[in-house]
Design a protein around this ligand. Structure first.
Ligand code: AMP
Ligand code: ZN
Length: 115
């Protein structure tokens, strides 16, 4: 737990968020500035600054994060229409919160390449 970390504070219920699911050491909640009709964030409870800090120890955790994203996508009827999972890493990718998170975006047509 990093007391200065926004997502650690959400994970520890020190900061309110619209939580959708908690399981397997992971938490899913609604993004506060949604970029699509469905926009969730999936985070580990453990503080991991970014995808670059993941090690073999986290292999199961990351697998479970993808399973959680798929499960939420299915619950939001996105399986047929499609959805996007995004992980920003570092400055140039636009990572703004230094606690690893997977974005789940769906409910509208996505563009490619992303901006
Ligand atoms: P990134 O830019 O990839 O680091 O994504 C961080 C995301 O966290 C952004 O989409 C923000 O809108 C979102 N965010 C920031 N603060 C909060 C919060 N308090 N609750 C929910 N989402 C947040
Ligand atoms: Zn954190």
């Amino acid at each position: 737990m990093d007391n200065d970390c926004l997502f650690c504070r959400i994970a520890n219920r020190q900061l309110k968020a619209d939580i959708v699911e908690e399981a397997d050491g992971l938490l899913a909640f609604k993004d506060i500035h949604p970029q699509a009709p469905t926009h969730m964030l999936i985070i580990p409870i453990e503080h991991i600054p970014s995808v670059a800090q993941l090690t073999e120890r986290h292999t199961l955790l990351i697998g479970n994060a993808i399973h959680m994203a798929n499960r939420i996508a299915k619950e939001h009827q996105l399986s047929q229409t499609g959805y996007r999972l995004v992980v920003n890493c570092g400055l140039q990718a636009g990572q703004s919160v230094d606690h690893f998170h997977v974005h789940l975006l769906g409910g509208r047509k996505m563009l490619w390449p992303p901006g």
